[in-house]
Design a protein. Structure first.
Length: 130
């Protein structure tokens, strides 16, 4: 919610050329809007002296969050797990920004013959060969 004060000509006050008048403008922030993106309300800005009203512009800034961070169009979070959970699998529930629950349930390491995952010892052996 944003309140803008505009000035109208005051005919009762000889020393003051303008009087302030309040107006409310609602800015809808849609999902996926980018950092730095602008929302423009044409001819809703402050008028130029003795001229027409200008445009009112809002620039979107991504606010920091305690659990999530944005990278481009992706939303990232960090989940701390134990070694046992990493080896045998686990299930964790994460509350998303819109309050819906998302269940994270990886099943532990994949079969190394399929090439999906590598264990620490194999990495050490590969490093020693180069």
């Amino acid at each position: 919610m944003f309140q803008q004060m505009t000035e109208q000509v005051c005919e009762q006050c000889p020393n003051v050329k303008y009087e302030r008048e309040g107006d409310f403008i609602t800015v809808d922030i849609e999902k996926g809007m980018q950092d730095g993106q602008e929302v423009v309300f044409y001819e809703d800005g402050e008028p130029i002296v003795d001229g027409e009203a200008g445009d009112l512009k809002f620039r979107i800034r991504t606010a920091p969050h305690d659990r999530f961070r944005r990278e481009g169009n992706d939303l990232h979070t960090t989940v701390t797990i134990t070694l046992v959970q990493a080896l045998v699998g686990f299930e964790k529930t994460i509350k998303h920004l819109d309050e819906h629950l998302w269940i994270l349930a990886p099943r532990g390491p994949k079969d190394k013959d399929k090439g999906n995952s590598r264990l620490g010892i194999a990495m050490l052996q590969d490093c020693a060969q180069t």
